[in-house]
Design a protein around this ligand. Structure first.
Ligand SMILES: [Zn+2]
Length: 251
């Protein structure tokens, strides 16, 4: 009997440690929080796939259409210390003395917002857009500088941030509905179609990484198209963009 309980316990803790499962729990958690907002003034869309100009898609975790504007929310369910700045390409997760790098979520969300702006076009005229990066309760945010392009918060601050956002002239309801209807076809309800899209999404990310690496190996800066040059730093040689300091790309 005890052996079975022990095995079940171990299996559960293994499942919960899986980053994919963790991510899904985190996203559920954020939509539960956002569902507490007044439905008259807020429309929540989860898991949106926005087409980009190059024919690929980019995924938005949560989009809140509110009478205050659009809140574009990116969930990062990471534990440990989180360090990073607005300007650095990668942020760092420090956990049990282990260092993991991840792509700057403010940049990631800027890509989402740009795709959203392109997709919605004139519908967005005069509609404020807010970028919000949300970390889960197991993260300790260790940022040295304030952010200007996004709010980077923990999930328990989310309602406060939305409620304390003020707007001189709230969006009329028909405008919110118009945005919702234009985006409605980008929400995939059918799980098979959603899986296909998710697969495509991962495939696109891989392809983008490959394209980026090809550019770097041809000494082209993937961020600005400038020439990459060899530079010497205190940790040895590295590729830097010749448009420095305008472009701070390094590889
Ligand atoms: Zn560059």
């Amino acid at each position: 009997m005890w052996v079975i309980i022990l095995i079940l316990f171990l299996a559960c803790s293994l499942i919960l440690k899986n980053p994919k499962v963790k991510g899904l729990i985190g996203e559920k958690h954020v939509s539960n929080i956002l569902n507490k907002l007044d439905p008259q003034e807020n429309i929540l869309l989860n898991d949106l796939y926005i087409p980009k100009e190059n024919g690929q898609t980019t995924q938005i975790d949560h989009l809140l259409i509110s009478n205050k504007g659009l809140f574009v929310i990116e969930m990062k369910n990471y534990s440990g210390w989180i360090l990073g700045s607005e300007k650095s390409q990668n942020w760092t997760q420090l956990i049990y003395k282990r260092k993991e790098k991840f792509y700057n979520p403010i940049w990631q969300n800027s890509t989402h917002i740009k795709a959203l702006e392109n997709y919605l076009g004139d519908t967005l005229a005069g509609v404020p857009i807010y970028s919000i990066i949300v970390f889960g309760k197991n993260a300790t945010l260790k940022f040295k500088e304030p952010f200007s392009k996004a709010q980077v918060i923990k999930s328990n601050q989310l309602l406060n941030v939305i409620n304390s956002t003020s707007i001189a002239a709230p969006l009329p309801h028909f405008k919110m509905k118009k945005i919702q209807s234009q985006l409605s076809m980008l929400v995939l309800k059918e799980s098979k179609a959603r899986k296909e899209r998710a697969k495509e999404h991962v495939h696109n990310i891989k392809r983008e990484m490959a394209a980026r690496n090809t550019m770097i190996s041809n000494d082209i800066c993937p961020r600005c198209g400038g020439k990459l040059v060899m530079r010497k730093g205190k940790n040895g040689q590295f590729h830097g963009c010749s448009n420095y300091p305008k472009c701070r790309f390094t590889a």
